[in-house]
Design a binder for this molecule. Structure first.
Ligand SMILES: [Zn+2]
Length: 69
């Protein structure tokens, strides 16, 4: 398992545990944020787009570049 597979796609930190979508890790903290985020909050849209990107495959790196750099 590479380091990248243990890297949360939202906060970018390394985590051992968390949920996985198509092999991409979302740490427990970010997952909690996602669950607790109201629909009309901008952060939710960011998360939702992230989820969409994950399901679409390997474009999440571009998503990270667009949103966190
Ligand atoms: Zn995270």
């Amino acid at each position: 398992m590479t380091q990248d597979e243990n890297r949360c796609i939202f906060c970018g930190e390394l985590h051992i545990d968390g949920i996985r979508l198509c092999g991409k890790l979302i740490c427990a903290s970010c997952e909690k944020d996602l669950v607790n985020t109201e629909v009309d909050e901008p952060a939710y849209q960011c998360y939702k787009n992230g989820i969409k990107v994950i399901w679409n495959g390997e474009k999440y790196r571009q998503f990270l570049n667009d949103n966190f750099h």
